[in-house]
Write a protein that binds this ligand. Structure first.
Ligand code: FAS
Length: 391
């Protein structure tokens, strides 16, 4: 059997790409390892940035695929208990960011794709890629009953995340991995607890904490912790006590904790994001610390570029955008890596770092809170509309 694009992975990258390809009349097949139920409940990101909202809007899909509520653009940064509000409003016209939980976006994209007759195959096992530099590529896999299948295609989109199979199909020495480990651990907690009025980042002598909305009755929290901690080191009472101390809010509401994991803040970029007929999209190509809220939004950016590039090739035989896909994605990836790195370093150094670094970080925040030019630059980075990241 053959198609134009085989999309591996049905997360934000895969389902955005598949829906945009479908919208462009380009045939594709999506192969997802897990079940629909499992993918639908995977809770991670919570903000679709302004640029991504306008991207869906430009495709005429925003109302169909974006749930949640408009984001008022206000971010609260609390330094040593003192609150400062910064805004992502940059004065540009058009729809604004949305507080749309990642699983809501993925569910709506999946519904839209399937309602449009899309070919999405869940529980596809042992996916493997072949002939990526030949005249046509082949993707083989097994259905749950063990039956082997093979799909011939013009392009393979590796949307299978950081631990997927597509990147491993690239011969050694082709990709360069640029990795950075901040040496910082975060405990991330999901709870059915009242969300904050605005996304909140807090830093001070007791360390970093954050509180984000994840729907009308849920919250995601982050707590800086030793990188080698495990969730067992953080029983419920310690979580709430530490959050109340670091957020400077003794009356912080609590609720049942529904997920808890510890991870190291790390960044990773694979270059190039293409090998022959394989195009890497989203986390399969890059990982960024959640601080800047850019991980999922970068996946949406890559998917938009690849959909337009494949459409240009299929419709007009023009492969220019395919040839420049990797360079254009990487320009934004590094721009967002730099923003996330800056924010991660600043908010952690302003807390319990060595005195000189702490003063540097406090000076950066002071500039952000008092200089209109610094606030505007920050707003552009928050919205994703900054021109330095590419169109
Ligand atoms: P995903 O990992 O989401 O999806 C990959 C898909 O491929 C999965 O469905 C997987 O099952 C499938 N797959 C894997 N291997 C396969 C195989 N061999 N065959 C077939 N299918 C396969 N980002 C933000 O922007 N803001 C945040 O606040 C934020 N918070 C986060 C919190 C946590 C705890 C984590 C872990 C991440 C967070 N992120 C955040 C980043 C995250 O949202 C990713 O950027 C986003 O999921 C990337 O989407 P995809 O590239 O589609 O990868």
């Amino acid at each position: 059997v053959s198609t134009t694009v085989v999309v591996i992975g049905a997360g934000p990258a895969g389902m955005t790409l598949a829906t945009l390809l479908q919208h462009s009349g380009v045939p594709c097949v999506v192969l997802e390892r897990r079940s629909r139920e499992h993918v639908a409940q995977r809770q991670r990101a919570g903000i679709v940035e302004t640029r991504a909202v306008r991207m869906f809007d430009s495709w005429g899909l925003a109302d169909r695929v974006l749930g949640g509520i408009p984001y008022d653009g206000i971010l609260e940064i609390r330094v040593d208990g003192c609150s400062h509000l910064v805004s992502d409003r940059d004065g540009s016209d058009g729809p604004v960011a949305r507080l749309c939980p990642q699983q809501v976006l993925v569910q709506k994209l999946t519904e839209t794709f399937l309602e449009g007759g899309g070919d999405l195959r869940f529980e596809a096992a042992d996916v493997s890629l072949h002939d990526l530099t030949g005249d046509r590529a082949t993707v083989s896999y097994r259905t749950p009953d063990g039956t082997p299948h093979a799909l011939a295609c013009d392009f393979v989109a590796g949307c299978d995340g950081d631990r997927g199979v597509s990147r491993t199909a690239v011969p050694d020495g082709v990709l360069t991995a640029h990795a950075f480990d901040h040496g910082i651990g975060w405990l991330t907690v999901l709870a059915d607890a009242p969300p904050p009025a605005h996304p909140l980042l807090a830093t001070g002598p007791h360390g970093f904490a954050a509180h984000f909305p994840r729907g009308p009755h849920a919250s995601r929290y982050y707590l800086q912790c030793p990188p080698d901690d495990t969730p067992d080191d953080w029983p419920e009472q310690r979580v709430w006590d530490t959050l109340r101390t670091r957020l400077g809010d003794p009356a912080l509401g609590s609720g049942p904790i529904t997920d808890r994991e510890v991870f190291r803040l790390r960044s990773l970029v694979h270059d190039p994001m293409r090998h022959g007929r394989l195009f890497l999209v989203g986390d399969a190509a890059h990982i960024v610390s959640p601080m800047g809220g850019k991980g999922m939004n970068l996946a949406l950016y890559d998917a938009d570029l690849l959909a337009r590039a494949v459409r240009d090739f299929v419709r007009d035989g023009d492969d220019t955008a395919l040839d420049t896909y990797s360079a254009r994605c990487l320009r934004r990836v590094w721009n967002d890596q730099e923003f996330s790195h800056w924010l991660t370093r600043t908010l952690h150094d302003a807390g319990d770092a060595d005195p000189f670094l702490r003063h540097l970080a406090l000076a950066r925040l002071d500039r952000l809170f008092h200089s209109p030019a610094a606030a505007r630059a920050f707003a552009e980075l928050m919205t994703g509309l900054d021109p330095s990241g590419g169109a």
